[in-house]
Design a protein around this ligand. Structure first.
Ligand code: PMP
Ligand code: GLU
Length: 394
């Protein structure tokens, strides 16, 4: 009998994590790799949040928490949703999970049946497609390009809908393109969905605060979308808390209760100390982390300027998150230093081997023409990395 399940054998390894592991391994061999592959802030968690965690340890928070999170944390999440997003949720609509990633896995686990289609505007965050497939869903990719700032148009959404469409998943600000849907653009998508009342929406807003443009809009703000939207958020990005592993949802009560049930059999809930710390994080005004956002903006402008100087890198101007997603098709079919570049994966590997810079192929995000470069790295690292890339491709 086969040792491993078809389920795991058919699943791809997370390309972002795989590239980060590869960069770590090469560093271990003494290679001077600059890691621009992982979407992880290079800041430390702010002291006021760390202090809350230390306090929680000393206050003996060591027991299992309610499966869906401490009531005080859920109340802080409700306040946050109201304050930042003008969304009204009640306690049974909130579930705290081990990162937004688990929140997404919960949603797929409780909502998808075999053959249910999930519309994924491309490029999408790397794990969406495999989380959907793991739960017997069928990802329906909708290709976008740099010409529409990597955003799906209402006509494209309409064309992707079939009788089997169960959900649409998207992130705004988007990982990997950095694109941010305006309220008007969201309304236009909502107008299409309004004609299809059985379709649910997963709105992944984990980069909400990392926004350099006109501000954040949530699709659940629209009355006719509220009952059909699961709003996903977390603290990994804006609060530099990736390792603390706390994410959460605001959802229709039935869905939240189902996520609670699933989580009760799988994790028993998220880490108690991290949950206490996140109460403090969410109670703080978003301005408490503005120093990080300001620095990310400086780096965005820096990297865009530097990339502009390299032939064949065509970028949009991302309004959020901390990634650039240049189109590199210029290099396809070319031979550089004896290596033939056929696609974005070849190009990303070439940059790793020849420039010692780790990026991620766009193929992992459903876009074979681009690579993702994270600028959650110091300005010095960004300058050095782009200098090396420029040399490697010239
Ligand atoms: N959604 C998006 C768009 C992300 O970039 C990430 C990055 N990790 C996640 C979800 C998962 O975040 P978390 O660390 O909270 O699991
Ligand atoms: N979300 C980050 C990224 O896209 C972290 C890695 C991951 O969770 O896959 O790089």
């Amino acid at each position: 009998m086969q040792l491993l399940s078809d389920r795991i054998l058919n699943m791809a390894t997370s390309a972002t994590l795989a590239m980060a592991a590869k960069a770590r391994e090469l560093r271990g061999e003494g290679k001077d790799i600059i890691g621009l592959s992982l979407g992880e802030p290079d800041f430390n968690t702010p002291d006021f949040i760390k202090d809350a965690a230390i306090q929680a340890v000393n206050d003996n928070y060591n027991s299992y928490t309610p499966v869906d999170g401490y009531v005080e944390l859920k109340e802080a999440i409700i306040t946050k949703f109201k304050r930042d997003n003008n969304l009204t949720y009640t306690l049974p609509q909130i579930v705290v999970s081990t990162g937004a990633k688990q929140a997404l896995a919960n949603i797929a686990g409780v909502m998808l049946n075999k053959g249910d289609e999930v519309i994924l505007p491309c490029p999408y965050w790397v794990s969406y497609s495999d989380i959907v497939k793991l739960n017997d869903g069928v990802p329906v990719e909708v290709a976008t390009s740099i010409d529409t700032d990597f955003k799906m148009t209402p006509a494209q959404l309409e064309a992707a809908i079939t009788p089997n469409t169960k959900m649409m998943w998207f992130s705004s600000p988007c990982n990997p393109s950095g694109s941010v849907y305006t309220r008007e653009e969201l309304r236009a998508l909502a107008d299409v969905l309004a004609k299809h009342p059985n379709i649910y929406i997963v709105s992944d807003e984990i980069y909400e605060h990392i926004n350099y443009g006109q501000g954040h809009a949530s699709i659940a703000e629209f009355d006719d979308m509220y009952d059909r939207t699961i709003t996903v958020n977390g603290v990994s990005k804006a609060f530099a808390m990736t390792g603390w592993r706390i994410g959460f949802i605001g959802a229709p009560e039935k869905i939240a209760r189902a996520c609670n049930k699933l989580q009760g059999q799988i994790t028993s809930g998220a880490n108690c100390i991290a949950q206490r710390a996140v109460i403090t994080a969410l109670e703080a005004e978003p301005s408490s982390v503005k120093y990080m956002i300001d620095e990310f903006k400086i780096r965005r402008d820096l990297i865009l300027g530097l990339l502009n100087d390299i032939e064949g890198f065509k970028s949009n101007t991302p309004d959020g998150a901390f990634y650039v997603f240049p189109d590199v098709t210029h290099y396809f079919g070319k031979t550089l230093r004896g290596k033939t570049i056929n696609n974005a994966t070849d190009f990303s590997l070439y940059l790793l081997e020849e420039a010692l810079v780790a990026t991620v192929t766009g193929e992992a995000f459903g876009n074979p023409n681009c690579i993702r470069i994270s600028y959650a790295a110091s300005q010095e690292q960004i300058i050095e990395a782009i200098k090396r890339i420029k040399e490697a491709v010239s």
